[in-house]
Write a protein that binds this ligand. Structure first.
Ligand SMILES: [Zn+2]
Length: 118
């Protein structure tokens, strides 16, 4: 049994955050940034950042309603991992500068696509 997919996740033109896998429209990313990792990703108002830090290359979307089990919630040490739609598989890696920023914060980056051979 998988969670029902809200209608807004069924459209086209959605993008998934490479760091936390949240799925939003490019417009949402531009307006509000990533609800989870905006502090690091800085997507808000930056179409270029949105292109390099999010991807259309994802599949399998799930509705997340138990945020406290996620690794993002753990590294943020909060429970405010936004409820919403998340991709199950996301292809690609965050840009080097984001990875470096994560390292600076003592966060181990885990690519969402574990099959990536690079
Ligand atoms: Zn994110």
């Amino acid at each position: 049994m998988s969670a029902p997919i809200p209608p807004q996740a069924k459209g086209k033109n959605l993008r998934a955050c490479l760091l936390c896998s949240v799925v939003l429209t490019p417009t949402d990313f531009r307006k509000i940034g990533c609800p989870n990792c905006e502090e690091i990703m800085q997507l808000k108002g930056s179409p270029d950042r949105i292109l390099s830090c999010t991807t259309t290359n994802f599949d399998g979307v799930i509705a997340l309603f138990a945020p406290d089990t996620s690794w993002v919630a753990r590294w943020q040490r909060t429970t405010n991992y936004a409820r919403g739609i998340y991709a199950v598989h996301v292809k690609g890696r965050v840009p080097d500068d984001v990875e470096a920023e994560l390292e600076n914060r003592g966060i181990k980056y885990r690519p969402r696509d574990l099959t990536d051979q690079d």
